[in-house]
Design a protein around this ligand. Structure first.
Ligand code: UT7
Length: 326
């Protein structure tokens, strides 16, 4: 049976100019240490956006690179789906601003708000448009200036996050409906809104009228992440009819090295099959997976035909996974 698949045609990324090491945070007065941050999270540094670097500018730069690598112009794009928690403006959507910046005069664009799961959600939505024939080419972006949400007095959160953007061009191509097809094989999304208080921002247009700061019960999030991610990864493998041994690359959301290692162990994957960027990027929320995909594709680790598993969990709680044949 012929079906439509969303095949990856190009991937791009963008990081702010300034890298801030753990020691630099200590020098700026945060009551922490390089040793604590590395031991508990695996984070060695993060990129922090300057005032002229915004979610839209980073997303646009990543999108341009992805389009260039796909060998297509912005006018070939039918839909832009952008996962972000940190849009430039309350509205319009960052995606429509990226659309304008790219010079796109057609198609449609919108944001998806699922915090750290934002890229998986955006990918699932774009994949649905393509498989239904409602669009032929999609730009899927994860972009954040998450450091704008940080309370630099709160050491339990301010050391964890960074800024950046990654983008994927997807093109609808015929497939056979088997796991041998190139493209997105399966996507799985979940949320459980009862956990709002475990990870949230204490502000917003409808309440305080301010942007607010990230608040997190770290251990609670950690516990849920390990369990929910294990479930949603099994769900993806079962739906695609593949075994963990067939995975070429695990590209997880980059929140904590200990969560990443636990997932690698659960799947029986050797560490060299797990793409890890958390040491350099820290947690960039919706941007972390496309940033890691872009890096591993650019340096030749991820190659056409490879089976790539992505998974993420974030505020809400939201969580999800996808298997992509590159
Ligand atoms: O992307 C969205 C999803 N987010 C996540 O997946 C994050 C999940 N959670 C985590 O990654 C971890 O829970 C954290 C990294 C946030 C915290 O690690 P932990 O091992 O759970 O530490 P903890 O919260 O139990 O804190 C241990 C100690 C505490 O001191 P006491 O009470 O034992 O004296 C904290 O006050 O470490 C202290 N602490 C710090 N010390 C130095 C907390 N933050 C810091 C810090 N520097 N930055």
């Amino acid at each position: 049976m012929t079906i439509l698949r969303s095949v990856v045609a190009g991937v791009g990324s963008a990081l702010p100019r300034e890298r801030v090491s753990n020691d630099a945070l200590v020098a700026r007065g945060v009551d922490t240490s390089d040793e604590w941050i590395r031991q508990r999270t695996g984070i060695g540094g993060r990129y922090v956006a300057a005032p002229d670097e915004t979610t839209v500018t980073l997303a646009t730069a990543a999108a341009r690179q992805a389009l260039e690598r796909a060998g297509i112009g912005a006018d070939a794009v039918d839909v832009v789906v952008l996962g972000t928690t940190t849009p430039d403006d309350t509205f319009p959507a960052a995606a429509t601003q990226v659309q304008a910046a790219l010079g796109m005069r057609r198609g449609f664009a919108f944001d998806v708000q699922a915090v750290c799961s934002g890229f998986v959600y955006a990918l699932a939505m774009a994949d649905n448009f393509l498989r239904l024939g409602q669009a032929k080419t999609a730009l899927v972006i994860g972009a954040e200036t998450f450091t704008r949400l940080l309370d630099w007095e709160d050491r339990t959160t301010c050391v964890l996050f960074g800024d950046g953007a990654g983008a994927l061009v997807l093109r609808a191509e015929p497939g056979t409906g088997t796991a041998a097809d190139r493209g997105v094989l399966t996507t799985h999304l979940h949320s459980d809104g009862r956990h709002r208080d475990a990870l949230y921002v204490d502000g917003g247009p409808s309440t305080t009228g301010t942007v607010g700061h990230v608040r997190m019960k770290g251990q609670e999030v950690f516990r849920h992440a390990v369990n929910r991610l294990a479930e949603v990864v099994d769900e993806a493998l079962a739906a695609a009819g593949v075994s963990a041994a067939e995975i070429d690359w695990l590209v997880p959301h980059q929140a904590n090295r200990r969560i990443i290692d636990a997932m690698g162990r659960k799947l029986g994957l050797p560490p060299e099959k797990v793409v890890v960027t958390v040491e350099r990027h820290a947690n960039t929320s919706a941007a972390s997976i496309p940033l890691a995909l872009a890096e591993a594709a650019a340096d030749g680790r991820i190659r056409p035909g490879h089976l790539v598993l992505i998974e993420a969990m974030g505020g809400g709680f939201t969580w999800g996974s996808s298997l992509i044949r590159w």
